[in-house]
Every structure is written in structure tokens, then in C-alpha cells.
Ligand binder design. Structure first.
Ligand code: ATP
Length: 430
């Protein structure tokens, strides 16, 4: 018989069905066994009567989280949690779980949470919890909205390699790997290659892919490998054009989640507030928030700044623009009349940086000068600098951390909770 999803059982009252899933709980009540079955769409109470000897015998043997196929009749039952249940006719055990689960899948009461390290050790069991699956459904819809937006705005999708001949950007956060008879490096971002696409005349490109960072950090916002979303667009007049587009993409992603999933979500209004770094620092100093550096913002400053903006505008997002050159990489464009300030931005959401971007410097000679000024190794940048030798449109773009967006959107304790199999300094398994 064709499998029926649990969410569709209501329409099958009075009919025989086959349901398949995990055994979430078993309760004995005299001559009746109640079994809660869970599939990807929900849970249902299944009832096995003692009179049904064969099925009853199977349940005696059943361990929690075993995978079963049940045939039975869907019937109304006032006392059942949903007002109906499946009266079991036969059970087939598709995969028996060993008893003694290393972590519980369902918690009896709140506060019974297993320690996160252990949960991540048994991530496949941890992910059986429906609220964890929901995180990835939200991610799927967010990405769908982003892609639809990119499509409607004439972006072309590209994939860039993870192996590089030289470290991109800074050398300190890069993983070095054996590559036959030489060394290679894992890409810290697709930055250089997506810019190459613009030198190839692609006009607008986007991509989603793995990003590697050898940062020994133990924060809730950093991993050593994460998924990055990137876009880059040609013929921008300034970083504000890029921010306009980014706002559109975020609104599209959030709207997609709101329209497809049953969760309460605020779709941000446009335009998002924009503050220059100078204005932001002024606001922070008016609240006596200590500043470690004028060219950067600390996590604490990010958090407080978002609180201030929320108070003032009721907005969850804020762009921090016009960063001093000291706080930005050499390829960020500077203002013609103010060589100390870059045409750059970060986007903060509910207290956390989720995107970095800028208008890029596309003029070969200026780019070389800025790289020299930042004491970059020009030899290592040789390929990159070549991209700008034979004509390249003015352009800008963004590097987005979807894991961080999901973390803040769903109020998760860490970006790792939003990641299928997180990798950090200590974790390389499962
Ligand atoms: P941070 O200042 O928080 O370390 P960053 O400035 O190094 O971040 P970028 O290099 O600008 O980050 O990367 C672009 C985006 O990728 C960030 O805005 C963030 O959303 C995400 N991101 C960066 N590093 C990590 C990481 N280690 N783990 C997860 N996401 C990250």
C-alpha cells in the first residue's frame, strides 16, 4: 500500500493506510499498547489491541526509535490527542534500534536538555527532533527566496574552487593542505574568483559554497567551515547600490519563509537603517560604551548598536557603512576625496554581523597601490591582480553568512545549531 504521511491522515478517516516512521514512545495500558509514531510531517497515536496477537507480540519486542511500517485503520477517537488514531492491523520492523539511546530524542520536560557537545556527538539522533528539522526547513525557504530574487534580478550562478595556489586575503586564517607535490590552501572566501567573473563580463553572479577559516575561535558565531552565500554585481555607483540589492534579497528570503512555513516571523521593512562608522561610534560613546578601536566594532558594540537602533527605529537590521581603511582589506574602494574611508559596509541583525560587503577597487593601478600600502605579498596576489589588467567593470558585492541569519532569526544559542554537521577547532566528527 502507498505510504501516507502523518499530516494527511485526517483525510483518511475510515480508510486503511500504511504509515512509516520512528517509534517515539510506547505506553502499556492493560490489554492495549499505545505507540506514538513520528514521520517527517508529524506524530500519530497508533493503538495495538491484545486481541491482535501478532502485532501485539511485535510491540513487546520493539525498542524506542526503531523504524517501522504500520498498516491499520484510521478512526475517530475522542480521547486520542488529535481526535483520531490508527488502529494497527500489522507491524513490520524495518530497522530495530538498540535499546539504551545515547541521548534522548524527545525530552519529557524542559530543562532535561543533554549537553550540547554530547548532542553534537550524536547529531543524527539530535536532528530527529522536529524543532531541529524545522531549522533546516527555514534555511531551505530562506535560500529559495534568495535564489528567486537573484534569478529575477539577472544573476548567474557560479561555483568557485576551494583549492587555491596561494592564501586569499590574510595568511593567518588559512588551512594549508598537501596537494600532490606541493601545498595548496583552502579558500577563505570566493572573493577573488567571483570578482573574476565580473572581469569575464558576467555582470551579476551569485554562489553558495563552503568557506574555510583556520581561526582558533571558540565563539558562538565562528566555525572552521561554514556555508557562505556570495554575490557580486557590475556597474555600481557606490556600496549603497549593493546594500539596496541586499535589502531586496533579505526581504525576499524572509517573505518566502513567512509564506511557506508556520512560524511567526517579521519581514523587515525597507529601507534598512544605515549608519556610518563615525555615526555609530558617536552613538556608542553617547552611551558610554568603551571602544577598542576606531576602525572596528567589537561583538559588544555590535550588540549595543543594534539595541540603540531598535529603540530608535524599531528595526532589527542596521548597515554600518564607510569603514576606515585600517579595518578593511586592500581591495575595498576608497572615496575619491577621502582616502582614509572605504566604500564598505557590514550588515548587523539583532546584534550580530551577518554580511560584509563593499564596492571593490576595479582599477589595476589603484589596486596594486592599495595592496602595496597594506604590505600584501604581491607575488601571492599575482593571479588576482591580473584579473584587472584587461578591463573590469566597476563592481561591488556581499559575503553573507546564512548560518548566522538563521541563528538570530530562530534565536538559537550558536551558529552550530543552524549547521547540519558543524566543524570547529575541536570537532571533526561525526
Ligand atoms: P567576524 O568579524 O565575525 O569574525 P568576518 O568579518 O571575519 O566575521 P567575513 O570574512 O566578512 O566575516 O565573512 C562574511 C560573512 O560570513 C560574515 O558576515 C559572517 O556572516 C560569515 N562568517 C564569517 N566567518 C564565519 C565563521 N567563522 N563561521 C560562520 N560564519 C562566518
Amino acid at each position: 500500500m502507498v505510504r501516507t504521511y502523518i499530516k494527511d491522515l485526517k483525510e483518511k478517516i475510515g480508510k486503511d493506510v500504511t504509515v512509516k516512521g520512528f517509534v517515539q514512545s510506547i505506553r502499556n495500558q492493560g490489554g492495549i499498547k499505545f505507540l506514538i509514531l513520528r514521520d517527517v510531517t508529524g506524530i500519530i497515536q497508533c493503538v495495538v489491541m491484545k486481541s491482535d496477537k501478532e502485532a501485539f507480540g511485535f510491540v513487546e519486542d520493539l525498542s524506542l526509535e526503531s523504524v517501522v511500517s504500520i498498516e491499520g485503520l484510521v478512526k475517530e477517537e475522542k480521547q486520542a490527542p488529535d481526535g483520531f488514531e490508527v488502529q494497527v492491523k500489522s507491524i513490520e520492523i524495518l530497522s530495530k534500534a538498540y535499546p539504551e539511546l545515547p541521548i534522548p530524542v524527545v525530552y519529557e520536560k524542559s530543562g532535561d536538555e543533554t549537553d550540547v557537545t554530547k548532542r553534537l556527538d550524536y547529531r543524527w539522533l539530535d536532528l530527529r527532533r522536529p524543532e531541529h528539522l524545522q531549522i533546516f526547513k527555514v534555511w531551505t525557504e530562506l535560500e529559495k527566496g534568495f535564489r528567486k530574487f537573484c534569478d529575477e534580478n539577472n544573476f548567474v550562478q557560479i561555483y568557485t574552487p576551494s583549492f587555491m595556489i596561494a592564501p586569499s586575503e590574510s595568511g593567518s586564517e588559512v588551512f594549508e593542505v598537501e596537494y600532490f607535490d606541493r601545498k595548496a590552501y583552502l579558500a577563505q572566501s570566493p572573493q577573488f574568483y567571483k570578482q573574476m567573473a565580473l572581469a569575464s563580463g558576467f555582470d551579476r553572479v551569485f554562489m553558495a559554497g563552503p568557506v574555510f577559516r583556520a581561526e582558533p575561535s571558540f565563539t558562538t558565531r565562528h566555525m572552521t567551515e561554514f556555508t557562505g552565500w556570495d554575490f557580486e554585481m557590475a556597474y555600481v555607483d557606490s556600496h549603497h547600490d549593493v546594500m539596496d540589492l541586499l535589502e531586496g534579497a533579505i526581504v525576499a528570503g524572509f517573505s518566502q519563509i513567512r509564506d511557506s512555513l508556520d512560524i511567526d516571523i517579521v519581514v523587515p521593512s525597507r529601507p534598512f537603517p544605515r549608519l556610518t562608522m563615525a555615526e555609530a561610534k558617536e552613538k556608542l560613546s553617547s552611551r558610554n560604551v568603551p571602544s577598542k578601536a576606531v576602525f572596528d566594532v567589537s561583538p559588544e558594540e555590535e550588540r549595543i548598536l543594534c539595541e540603540i537602533v531598535k529603540e530608535e527605529t524599531n528595526h532589527d537590521f542596521v548597515f554600518l557603512t564607510d569603514w576606515p581603511v585600517e579595518g578593511r582589506p586592500f581591495y575595498h574602494m576608497r572615496y575619491e576625496g577621502d582616502q582614509k574611508t572605504t566604500k564598505s559596509y557590514d550588515l548587523l541583525y539583532r546584534g550580530l554581523e551577518i554580511v560584509t560587503g563593499a564596492q571593490r577597487e576595479h582599477r589595476h593601478d589603484v589596486l596594486v597601490r592599495q595592496a602595496e600600502e597594506k604590505k600584501m605579498n604581491l607575488n601571492q596576489l599575482k593571479d588576482y591582480l591580473e584579473f584587472f589588467r584587461y578591463g573590469c567593470p566597476p563592481h561591488g558585492g556581499a559575503g553573507i553568512g546564512p548560518g548566522r541569519i538563521i541563528m538570530m532569526l530562530l534565536d538559537l544559542s550558536s551558529v552550530k545549531e543552524a549547521t547540519f554537521l558543524p566543524r570547529d577547532v575541536k570537532r571533526l566528527r561525526p
